[in-house]
Design a protein around this ligand. Structure first.
Ligand code: DAH
Length: 343
């Protein structure tokens, strides 16, 4: 009898110490303790060896033990049913995961992508070029030879040991690089970062972004240029937008123009943003100068083309109502995270 009681104590310990695992170990447990040849059954058959005066006491202990074995089984079974993942893997897979911050698109990227998308619908593809450029691609090939006064408007950063290298002042260098490849017709938009030696303020910076457009084929005319840009601004700002072209000068285009759109804030009535003119200047454009085509080995008698270039910062400032251009490059998370859901 004493040996039996000791044995029961051991089994109790074993039950307490058995970890609650998956379905398979539950079945092993069931067979061991509660099966037809299991421990509980066996202990009951021991009853006949117990002296008559202690049968009642032993019966009680046995019943409690049986209860313990069964309760453990029931609890275990419910857990397996309710949270099988926790039991099988040891992890509660329904707990929230470790949070890590998801970035948001930069407002300049948002604006650039919008612009690209519109031109892609017209069949333009995207081309890129180097930010560290040589004099030929940034200036000379674009009909801006050394000592040309127009170079003064685009002062930039030079490298002392390599006087021929500079940080590109505009994305027009990509025009040249693409034309030099010699594959025509050419219909591309070229986004990128550009640099100028300018004092940093709320309105200007020593680097900013542009997107350049270029279309070269036989019989491309100024009418194509106007219609392309008109389509662009209508898609960008809505059908009611008005445009005007003002004659201008760029060494790489002839004729050249600047395009204005009716002010987005006052609809052309005149406000502080458009300086009471009702118009906002958004880009420079023109028919590619024959000399530029020839510089790149293109027959200017056979081919003609148009080009345009515009800044990305200004439209982004307007769209998102940002007052200071420096915010774009300060990497302040409080500023950037505001664009999480922006398009
Ligand atoms: N590169 C000019 C600038 O940065 C912008 C520009 C004007 C680009 C006319 C062009 C163009 O392609 O045709 O000010």
């Amino acid at each position: 009898m004493e040996a039996l009681l000791q044995q029961i104590e051991q089994y109790k310990q074993e039950i307490h110490n058995t970890p609650v695992n998956g379905t398979e170990s539950l079945e092993v447990y069931r067979i061991r303790f509660l099966g037809t040849k299991g421990i509980v059954k066996n202990l009951f058959t021991e009853m006949r060896n117990v002296p008559a005066d202690r049968k009642k006491e032993f019966g009680q202990i046995l019943n409690e033990f049986k209860q313990l074995a069964e309760t453990k089984y029931e609890e275990w079974k419910t857990q397996v049913e309710v949270q099988p993942d926790v039991i099988d893997t040891g992890f509660d897979l329904s707990l929230p995961g470790t949070e890590f911050p998801v970035g948001s698109r930069h407002p300049i990227s948002l604006m650039r992508n919008r612009m690209i998308e519109i031109f892609q619908r017209l069949g333009f593809s995207v081309a890129e070029g180097p930010e560290i450029e040589d004099d030929w691609h940034n200036f000379t090939a674009l009909n801006l030879p050394e000592h040309h006064p127009a170079r003064d408007m685009q002062d930039t950063f030079y490298i002392q040991q390599q006087p021929d290298w500079l940080l590109r002042t505009h994305t027009s260098n990509i025009q040249i690089r693409e034309m030099e490849k010699g594959k025509l017709p050419l219909r591309i938009v070229c986004p990128g970062r550009v640099y100028r030696n300018e004092t940093i303020s709320a309105r200007s910076h020593c680097f900013f972004h542009q997107i350049e457009g270029l279309y070269i084929d036989e019989h491309v005319s100024f009418a194509d240029l106007k219609q392309t840009l008109y389509y662009f601004v209508q898609e960008m700002y809505g059908k009611d937008i008005k445009v005007r072209f003002r004659p201008s000068y760029f060494p790489f285009t002839e004729p050249s123009a600047e395009m204005d759109i009716s002010c987005l804030l006052c609809n052309g009535k005149g406000c502080s943003v458009c300086k009471k003119t009702g118009w906002l200047e958004i880009l420079g454009c023109g028919m590619i100068h024959p000399k530029v085509l020839e510089n790149c080995g293109i027959d200017s008698n056979k081919y003609s083309g148009f080009a345009f270039g515009m800044g990305i910062e200004r439209p982004a400032l307007l769209k998102y109502d940002i007052k200071d251009i420096r915010l774009f490059s300060e990497n302040d998370a409080r500023f950037l995270k505001q664009f999480t859901a922006a398009t």
